[in-house]
Design a protein around this ligand. Sequence first.
Ligand code: DGY
Length: 437
Amino acid sequence: MPSLLEQASRVLNNNWKETFTIPCEGLYPFQWNWDSGFIAIGWAHIDMDRAKSEVRSLLKGQWKNGFLPHIVFHNESKTYYPGPEVHAAHLSDQSPGIKTSGITQPPVLGFVLEELYHISEDKEDILSFIDTVYDAVFRNHHYFYTHRDPEEEGLVYICHNWEAGTDNTPVWDFIWETFEVPDYELDRKDTKLIDASHRPTNKEYQYYIHLIELFKQWRYDDAKIAQGSPFLVQDPLFNSMLIKSNESLITLGKRLGKKDKVAQLEEWQEKAIHSMNSKLYDESLQGYVYYDLRNSRKLSHLSSSSFTPLMAGIPSEKQAAAMVQHFQNGRFSGEQDENFLCASFDPSSEFFNSKKYWRGPIWINLNWIIYRGLKRYGYVELSEKIKEHTIHFMNTYGFYEYFEPSKALNNKLDKGYGGNNFSWSAALTIDLLTNKR
Ligand code: DGY
């Protein structure tokens, strides 16, 4: 029986497509933005050339204004909807020569470069690679702070649930109830490939497609989107990833002698951290929540995203201590420790669904982010528990896309949820097993 590390490496090898890695055969047959970031971390441990190629391939999809799309369509495939013809990114005068989507995903690339730096045994070589891509990643941050922060608060907005990464978190239900959508004819493939009860509903997909149709009418013009999009949200996970990536670009920029860029990043960073704490931290819930810019209201719900600011060093020690309570005989762990960590949505909420995509199941990338965050604040024992639970899932069921949080229900299952042989589950397992940091 091959070791877990060997099994994980095999998943990445099988999903490798010449210059990049698909997240999952059939279900996600192109290159996805934040998937590729986590995948590059996995590759860095076993094949640094592939890690570099992963990053370079993603940047091929960068737009003229620095925007980095959530999907790059390097190849053709008939197994995914909505494909390039639905996104029609060519409608924008900013789009590149290659086919891409016109929405983005959490900006992980900055901190991924720093991970590559730490993992590499040849610091000179990796630093000269980072030098070749640094400016492109900086331009992406510049795009966010100049086009996606209309009130100049240091917090950027997302305009589509797919930009959040947490596609169907119950938080979006409160956005959907603010507008009506026509009945689009959908051509879903996902529900034919895996158990439809684990995926978003058709009604939700009507909203997803409607937003894209609006953006197309506006030729993906950011000013028009900021003015008219019914979905305009400051999301705690998205902003935490940007802040963590700012921090990494500052560290790497200093090594590379990029003085002006470092000064600009430091300016963004200070404002961003301040606004995260003054605007998105919810004292009564003890965690970071969402702000609906379109309807000027806080959406006070706890999800696994609420704890991701730990990785970026955003909370004070006191806030971190309060947040940790949720994982120790609390809301997320269950009072009697009934749950594996970390459910993607508040298990005590009426909207929690332990099987449905981002409405409750455990995701490995969020576990990895929270694990890193807890370590950063010195909660070593709790971080080790998250690592242990994560490895347990991989050993018991394999590299699935998401997992059941309830320990009791797990006893009745023989697999995880969603797609199998999922790249970031494998890549981050390699990191958890190998990384000394
Ligand atoms: C999907 O299709 O489910 C993706 O998460 C969106 O890109």
